[in-house]
Design a protein around this ligand. Structure first.
Ligand SMILES: Nc1ncnc2c1ncn2[C@@H]1O[C@H](COP(=O)(O)OP(=O)(O)OP(=O)(O)O)[C@@H](O)[C@H]1O
Ligand SMILES: [Mg+2]
Length: 239
């Protein structure tokens, strides 16, 4: 199995960065890849809550372990917790990640894994820059309403994170989606649209299962296949 590291970032405004990171990680794990989801949101961790209360307790805080024993594969294993088959969650302490170097973290985390998904959130400090630099893909999650597009446009114009191949994920597509604005964003920032995901208030199975819900199924499936070359094509691989 080949390895892919996918960073997920956003401009401000809760466009669904964590939602996309969590469900992409679930999709990759469901497809048979050993996957690590890293919650590196500098402001507030949100990934564990999408897996339910038990996950928050199970997952550890890397910074605590890293200070004790260095950034090696065992520290990653010890500091992360299982949140599903083939999927572990590692939370980084928002304020205490000073001792962690992003590229070292990614190379230690790659041990025995095929996919790493990094939730970078919208505040991008040194750690988020290092993580993005270690990624193969950088997915910008954008809510395609006026405010979301304006924010994304402003952030992307500043070229805030570099390194990986960038792409857009349009999330929360609804009646208020601005027609035509997507093309402007694509052209102005020279980024492909990697997925279009609908706004769905009542995802019956909850956010952590959203990638299996009909409304999101093909979106996350296509996204997973785009970012990872070893996702099987056949529809019957769905659990
Ligand atoms: N396509 C969607 N349809 C319905 N609800 C969604 C969708 N995408 C995200 N949500 C919900 O919107 C809320 C905010 O999403 P999320 O936490 O992923 O945003 P975020 O960009 O990570 O925000 P923050 O900047 O606060 O970290 C969550 O409750 C999430 O489940
Ligand atoms: Mg978030």
């Amino acid at each position: 199995m080949r390895v892919r590291v996918v960073a997920v970032a956003s401009a401000k405004g809760s466009p669904g960065c964590t939602f996309v990171a969590v469900n992409l990680a679930r999709r990759l794990a469901d497809a048979g890849l050993e996957t690590l989801l890293v919650d590196a949101d500098a402001e507030a961790r949100g990934a564990a809550s999408m897996f339910g209360a038990g996950a928050a307790a199970a997952s550890g805080l890397l910074t605590r372990a890293a200070r004790l024993s260095g950034l090696d594969p065992e520290a990653i294993e010890r500091s992360s917790g299982p949140v599903g088959p083939r999927l572990r969650l590692l939370e980084l302490e928002p304020s205490g990640a000073a001792g962690v170097e992003g590229r070292e973290l990614v190379s230690a985390a790659l041990d025995g894994r095929s996919a790493i998904v990094l939730d970078l959130g919208h505040l991008h400090g040194p750690l988020q820059h290092q993580l993005a630099a270690a990624a193969d893909w950088l997915l910008w999650v954008v809510s395609p309403d006026r405010q979301g597009l304006e924010r994304a446009d402003a952030v992307l114009a500043g070229r805030p994170l570099g390194g990986a191949s960038p792409g857009l994920v349009l999330n929360r597509i609804s009646g208020s989606t601005l027609r035509g604005a997507e093309a402007v964003l694509v052209e102005r920032h020279r980024m492909p649209v990697m997925a279009r995901l609908l706004e769905r208030r009542a995802v019956a199975t909850g956010p952590r299962q959203a990638h299996r819900a009909r409304a999101f199924r093909s979106g996350f499936s296509d996204l997973a296949r785009t970012v990872h070359p070893d996702i099987p094509r056949a529809a019957r691989t769905w659990p």
